[in-house]
Write a protein that binds this ligand. Structure first.
Ligand code: SF4
Ligand code: SF4
Length: 342
């Protein structure tokens, strides 16, 4: 199998991550016993073989120029065999096997203006989206606000003096590429006015059926303007999501007077409640299937064998009209005879 993997040549997808692991991680893969934060921004991970991997975490910006990446690469070459990584919140982490290199690396990073920290009970770097630098639907800048907030809160990055970890995120519109819903504090750019229709440009730039169907709330309807085909926005249905602007540049939402930011608190993925009804329903499915399925029979194969009526009887799920698949291609899977499988 390993031989087969080696021979496989393809240019699809990224290279296998194993190629980029530092030797100490490769040697101790699956053998790590525990980790410990030695001081803000410095962690040791200890293997059951006794090997120690030191991590130094520094705050970095989300948008990096090639010069900065070269500087990081030089530091990685100097102190840790060229190995570094970026965390999902854009911190840069250097992975060292030599403890003596920690302090010189920290000194060099600080000389470049990078704070060390973001581990344990602190604020990690703020994750953010593209903002005006790239995305068309941004309601606010992203990196500018993040820089200002982080400059002000830097003491909570470099010291572990908070009661728990705190994650902050920014998304520049409510599409929320920044996954702000899973951060303790979220800054979210919002539009507050519906799109303005540039009737003169619309016919030349946009396809009217695509524009109409792009709206998730059916707020756009075909219309005419000066006897030419165009669209009209039903204002009370619009939720200012900018979907229409994505498919039609003649419907801009950006509005310097009304666009702004909202602040949300308490986000955290897998926060309780415990969803007892959902848990019970899933357990029931698992147990009914496990009791009746043949060896290696997956859930779908089992249902095909016993048929849907028996599935509903066995699981005790009451059959309702909503269970009927009315998707336009559903006809292909409907039984075409009056005989049901028992
Ligand atoms: Fe674009 Fe919205 Fe994503 Fe920001 S959050 S990058 S504006 S889609
Ligand atoms: Fe529809 Fe969103 Fe455009 Fe409003 S902004 S018209 S909700 S697509």
């Amino acid at each position: 199998m390993a031989e087969e993997k080696k021979k496989r040549l393809t240019d699809i997808g990224p290279p296998h991550y194993e190629k980029f692991l530092p030797p100490i991680i490769k040697e101790n893969y699956g053998k790590w016993k525990y980790h410990e934060i030695l001081k803000p921004g410095v962690m040791v991970t200890v293997s059951e073989t006794g090997a120690k991997l030191y991590t130094v975490r520094a705050g970095s910006s989300r948008l990096l120029g090639i010069d900065k990446i070269r500087k990081y690469a030089d530091l990685a070459d100097k102190y840790c065999g060229g190995y570094l990584r970026f965390t999902s919140r854009h911190n840069v982490e250097f992975l060292l096997s030599e403890e003596k290199n920690i302090e010189p690396l920290i000194n060099d990073l600080q000389a470049l203006g990078h704070p060390i920290g973001g581990m344990g009970n602190s604020i990690s770097s703020i994750v953010h989206t593209q903002g005006w630098i790239h995305c068309h639907s941004a309601a606010t800048d992203a990196s500018g606000i993040v820089k200002s907030v982080m400059d002000d809160l830097i003491e909570y990055f470099t010291d572990m003096k908070l009661p728990g970890k705190l994650r902050i995120a920014l998304a520049c519109c409510l599409n929320m590429c920044g996954a702000v819903h899973c951060s303790d504090i979220a800054i979210l750019g919002i539009h507050r006015r519906p799109p303005r229709v540039s009737h003169d440009k619309l016919k030349a730039m946009c396809e009217i059926p695509s524009v109409v169907s792009a709206c998730p709330t059916a707020a756009i309807k075909p219309s005419t303007y000066n006897d030419k085909p165009s669209v009209e926005v039903i204002e009370e249905r619009c939720m200012f999501c900018a979907n229409c602007y994505t498919v039609c540049p003649a419907m801009p939402l950006n509005d310097p007077l009304n666009d702004g930011v909202s602040i949300w608190v308490g986000g955290k993925v897998s926060n309780p409640p415990r969803w007892p009804e959902v848990v019970d329903a899933v357990r029931n499915l698992v147990e009914v299937w496990a009791k009746d399925a043949k060896p290696h029979e997956r859930m779908g194969e089992w249902i095909n064998r016993i048929g849907w009526p028996k599935f509903f009887r066995m699981t005790g799920i009451p059959f309702q009209k909503e269970h009927i698949d009315d998707f336009k291609h559903a006809g292909l899977t409907f039984k075409r005879s009056a005989h049901l499988t028992y």
